[in-house]
Design a protein around this ligand. Structure first.
Ligand code: NAD
Length: 487
């Protein structure tokens, strides 16, 4: 098997090697990366194991003292440069991400890559604010410092690998840590470009390392490495459990952003036009969005009218090739995932669910699945209780506000919740009772980087965003000095 050191997509050369200590390095074996658009082979990537992972952690450890010693202003410079380079290459990065993940080109061009640049810029600037604070008492002056913690291990999923990697790389590096990033094996390419751009931007060798590989091998080796001081993971709840348990053995703090099964509640006083438009948005990226409101909870009195509007809005969604700017719903990521999604739908229908719309693979074949809404589903059924991570929503009715809250809180997840109402008192009352890291009222997916983000229950551990990211990536230290003892 030949091992190409780079491949070309849309004219962009993408290194297909690990990036360790500022150098491209191959591994002794490879894995194969396919495009979900039409299953064509994209690249052979390094299937790293403990040897490569440990080398990357060593490189990060060696680079740490010098990077940590820099001021936040000095660290901000190359991070801001990296953001600038990302902005300059917006369209080619968007094309690569679409090719590798199957996510729609329109979203990648208009929002996702821009957001990745902003992640780096925002945290580079935010780090300027975390400098020293002093708390005085009668006998001592407490000087509180946010010290970098060391080597941060960052592990990201395939549904938005570039954006989610910068969401972690930005604050970790801005705070003075060095990083080993393990990209997702189903969509690894854009993270190789991130490594390349870090070199161009002047990030010193060893400060950002990227090690490709299969989760259970490369990811597991990274989390268990004793030189790692933080683990930030975004992915499934099941993997989060394993990672948290491995990190616990080394007593390493873990931040987990995990799966969701978020409720989308529509009250009878809601703006139904707005609600149905936002319901259709839940199908974008084929529903492979952790935050998606996958459980529609609808007040009975408006069910008929909302159903008509929703069916119309969902039927109007163009399903197909994500490279076309008109497409809204692209393919699922792999055949394995496609079958998993279809399995959920088939079992639900066998149990008595009715497809209000969709209900199976899309007519154009491949990995394309029809946007599906299943009704007549029981609260304790598999389809209501478990994350599908595909274009599949459930539809349940409620009569009273209390019942809506009970249904909304009635799963083990707690990532997000959406409430559609025009009644201010109700909006506040319901939002306060919902168990979720984020509650959106009359909107969806608006994430201010200054606000905290994370999940409750099995949707996550900890919060990142704004200063919360620095609470995680830093060791908070107090230097208590007796007053009057220093000259
Ligand atoms: P996954 O858990 O299968 O994989 C995520 C990453 O973890 C990949 O890089 C994978 O290689 C790695 N990994 C797998 N096993 C590992 C192990 N034992 N040790 C260390 N690393 C390991 O998740 P996925 O299928 O890539 O992504 C989809 C999931 O991610 C969904 O559940 C979705 O809800 C969730 N997600 C959550 C958020 C959020 O912010 N809460 C955002 C995006 C996706």
């Amino acid at each position: 098997m030949t091992f190409p050191s780079s491949i070309k997509i849309e004219g962009v050369s993408i290194p297909t090697a690990n990036f360790i200590g500022g150098e491209w390095q191959e591994a002794s074996s490879t894995f194969v990366d396919y495009s979900p658009i039409d299953s064509h082979l994209l690249a052979e990537m390094p299937a790293s194991g403990p040897v490569e992972v440990n080398a990357a952690v060593e490189a990060a450890r060696s680079a740490f003292p010098e990077w940590a010693r820099l001021t936040p202003q000095q660290r901000a410079k190359p991070l801001l440069k990296m953001a600038e380079i990302i902005r300059e290459r917006n369209d080619s990065l968007a094309a690569v991400e679409t090719e590798d993940t199957g996510t729609i080109l329109l979203g990648n061009k208009k929002r996702v890559i821009k957001r990745a640049a902003y992640n780096l810029e925002f945290f580079a600037n935010k780090a300027l604010e975390i400098q020293g604070r002093s708390i005085e008492s009668e006998t001592v002056i407490n000087t509180v410092r946010y010290d970098p913690s060391g080597v941060a291990a960052l592990i990201t999923p395939w549904n938005a690998p570039f954006m989610l990697s910068t969401w972690k790389v930005g604050p970790a590096l801005a705070a003075g840590n060095t990083v080993v990033l393990k990209p997702p094996e189903w969509a690894p390419l854009s993270c190789s470009l991130l490594a390349e751009m870090s070199l161009e931007a002047g990030i010193p060798p060893g400060v950002l390392n990227v090690v490709h590989g299969i989760g259970e091998e490369a990811g597991a080796a990274l989390v268990s490495n004793p030189l790692v001081s933080r683990v930030s993971f975004t992915g499934s709840t099941e993997t989060g459990r394993q990672i948290a348990s491995t990190a616990a053995a080394n007593l390493v703090p873990v931040s987990c952003e995990l799966g969701g099964k978020s409720p989308f509640i529509v009250f009878d006083d809601a703006d139904l036009e707005l609600a149905s438009k936002e319901i259709a948005v839940q199908f974008h990226n084929a529903g492979e969005v952790c935050l998606a409101g996958t459980r529609l909870l609808v007040q009975s009195s408006i069910a008929k009218e909302l159903e008509e509007r929703v069916v119309k809005a969902v039927e109007a969604l163009p399903v197909g090739n994500p490279r076309l700017l008109s497409t809204r719903v692209g393919p699922l990521i792999t055949k394995e995932h496609f079958e998993r999604v279809d399995g959920f739908v088939k079992r639900a229908i066998q149990e008595g669910a009715r497809a209000m719309i969709g209900g199976g693979p899309h007519q154009q074949g491949g990995l394309y699945y029809s946007p599906t809404i299943l009704t007549d589903v029981a609260q304790d059924s598999e389809i209501v209780q478990n994350e599908v991570f595909g274009p599949v929503l459930t539809w349940q009715l409620f009569s009273e506000e209390e019942e809506a809250v009970e249904l909304a809180n009635g799963t083990r997840y707690g990532l997000a919740a959406m409430v559609f109402t025009t009644d201010a008192a109700r909006a506040r009352r319901v939002a306060e009772q919902l168990v979720a890291g984020t509650v959106w009222v009359n909107c969806f997916f608006i994430r201010d980087l200054a606000a905290p983000f994370g999940g409750s229950r099995i949707s996550g551990i900890g919060r990142e965003g704004g200063t919360w990211s620095f609470d995680f990536y830093c060791d908070v230290k107090n230097i208590a000095t007796r007053i009057g003892t220093l000259k």
